[in-house]
Design a protein. Structure first.
Length: 265
């Protein structure tokens, strides 16, 4: 027998709690099979017997058909057993749905509270943000089906990668002949990739670029504070803050080495 046929056959013996009990093949198999088996055992024993209503005939019937009657009684036992399994499966489905609903509600509440927390902070820095995108970055393990308040691992690595691929690498390629226009194309792309609304970002000089980078670092730092718990490492602030600072410092050093301040049109 092929594996596909075996899998298809086994599906008939699966209890589906999402359908009614009488629509499950296993229920009918459990209730009818003992009766059919009992009939198969009883039929050969019935030859030569005559119907009679006497006490002796009844006693002989019980004695002769003891095994078939015992087998037939299994119909009720197996039917009730399958019914209990079906009820248990339905309860499991109900519990799972309840857990999923609670997780979804917790996810929405956590995300919405994060939006209310971060929006005014960004406004204080005069920067528009996409709170939901930032939420997805710093709480990447949180999903509608598994709400999590644990901060993502490697946030600084993500930040560094985006700065490198979306902006810094473009500047390295075009330096020292880059233009103001290039900066105002590539830096907004970087900002957008990390949840900063970049439609109105226009940089006029290097110091403005550096100031904006510092503001973004501070916004992310405050955003990550939303996820700090007792389980968070004591070195969290030192690692994250120094990480962002080092990144900006490395870029500033590179800019100094390439005289970007003087070459800015």
């Amino acid at each position: 027998m092929e594996i596909g046929a075996i899998i298809k056959l086994s599906s008939y013996f699966y209890i589906n709690g999402e359908t009614a009990l009488h629509k499950n093949f296993l229920f009918w198999f459990a209730t009818l099979f003992p009766v059919i088996l009992a009939f198969c055992f009883a039929y050969p024993l019935s030859h030569g017997l005559k119907l009679s209503g006497t006490v002796e005939a009844y006693s002989n019937f019980i004695s002769i058909f003891k095994l078939p009657l015992w087998i037939a009684s299994g119909s009720l036992i197996l039917g009730v057993t399958v019914s209990r399994f079906h009820s248990s499966e339905q309860r499991a489905i109900t519990i799972k749905q309840s857990i999923n609903q609670n997780n979804f509600a917790n996810y929405l509440n956590h995300r919405d509270h994060f939006q209310k927390y971060l929006t005014p902070i960004a406004a204080n820095f005069d920067i528009e943000v996409d709170p939901f995108k930032i939420y997805g970055i710093i709480f990447s393990s949180s999903t509608p089906y598994n709400a999590s308040v644990k901060l993502s691992d490697g946030i600084f690595d993500f930040f560094s990668e985006k700065l490198e691929t979306e902006f810094w690498s473009k500047m390295k390629f075009s330096a020292p002949n880059f233009t103001n226009q290039e900066v105002n194309i590539y830096f907004p792309r970087f900002a957008k990739s990390i949840g900063i609304n970049a439609e109105n970002i226009t940089l006029s000089d290097f110091e403005e670029l550096k100031t904006l980078s510092v503001k973004i670092r501070k916004i992310y730092r405050r955003a990550m504070e939303y996820g700090i718990t007792r389980e968070t490492s004591e070195s969290f602030q030192e690692i994250e803050e120094s990480g962002f600072s080092m990144l900006i410092g490395e870029f500033s050093q590179w800019a100094h080495e390439n005289n970007l301040k003087k070459r800015w049109p």
